[in-house]
Design a protein around this ligand. Structure first.
Ligand code: AMP
Length: 270
């Protein structure tokens, strides 16, 4: 619903066809896809973990925090998500203005790529640039003009991860740090920030992810073991927008059970 290339319904259908038995849906800063995904999950015999991916920042370093099985109406988290989505919209406009100085791109071009209910982000700018023929695909745009170090890049409002973890816990959710050591995406936080996140109630670390090499996974498993955190694996599938394949990484049944026990919402069971 936020920035993948499939609708939640089609995502569930593809997951079922790929043999996925439990699927997590974690749109950026939005639970707008949950109902459609839940209906499709029941229809296709897939169990669904409803979640979101919260865009956070710690001293300017991007941190993605997954929240699983929280109450979507909890006011604190809801207000924070609204603030982030609003800021994402003005940030996308500012990036478009910067890009428009050098490339044939208008705000209307971008809006054409944003479907109803989406969480606007760089993927939509990429799609607009691809539609204009400036780049061949999203990856090319992300590798150049949309990269976080690019002169066209603008940041958006994002809560501190420690505060976000408190809000997720208050909403009955299970907070898991997404791809904590994905160095190819940009700077990553140090152990001090992870420790502060654990103290605030972090439940787990996403370990098995294509942006982690073997060393990163080993280190994260060590941290998880020493801090009593659960470990997850996820494909971070975005449809055709990224190379990631559906179900390329997964979470063990034992770890899933820990998430379900700790979460306020139930799994939508197949
Ligand atoms: P933003 O949240 O607006 O800063 O955009 C970053 C998001 O774009 C990340 O969460 C990525 O998962 C997503 N994304 C989608 N397609 C790509 C791609 N081809 N390369 C890098 N990131 C991508």
């Amino acid at each position: 619903m936020s920035d993948g290339t499939l609708s939640p319904t089609d995502l569930v259908r593809q997951a079922a066809a790929a043999g996925v038995d439990v699927l997590g849906l974690t749109d950026h800063d939005s639970s707008a896809g949950w109902d459609a995904a839940a209906a499709a999950a029941s229809q296709h015999g897939v169990s669904l973990v409803r979640g979101i991916e919260i865009s956070c920042a710690s001293n300017g370093i991007s941190v993605h925090l997954l929240s699983y099985l929280h109450d979507p109406e909890a006011p604190g988290l809801l207000a924070e998500m609204d603030a982030t989505r609003e800021s994402r919209s003005s940030r996308a406009q500012r990036m478009t203005e910067r890009l428009a100085r050098d490339y044939p791109l208008t705000w209307e071009d971008v809006l054409e790529q944003v479907h109803e209910g989406a969480t606007i982000g760089r993927p939509h700018l990429a799609d607009a640039l691809v539609a204009r023929g400036v780049f061949g695909n999203r990856d090319e745009a992300f590798a150049t003009v949309l990269a976080s170090g690019s002169r066209y890049h603008v940041s958006h409002y994002a809560p501190d991860p420690v505060e976000a973890i408190r809000l997720v816990r208050a909403a009955g959710g299970v907070p898991v740090f997404a791809h904590p050591l994905a160095v190819k995406r940009g700077r990553v936080v140090g152990d001090d920030v992870i420790e502060a996140m654990v103290a605030a109630g972090l439940a787990g670390l996403e370990v098995d992810h294509r942006d982690h090499d073997d060393d990163a996974r080993r280190r994260l498993r060590e941290i998880a073991a020493s801090q009593g955190l659960l470990v997850t694996g996820s494909s971070d599938y975005h449809g055709t927008g990224k190379q990631n394949r559906l179900g390329e990484h997964s979470t063990s049944p034992e770890q899933l059970e820990r998430i379900v026990e700790a979460g306020k919402l139930e799994l939508v069971r197949a």
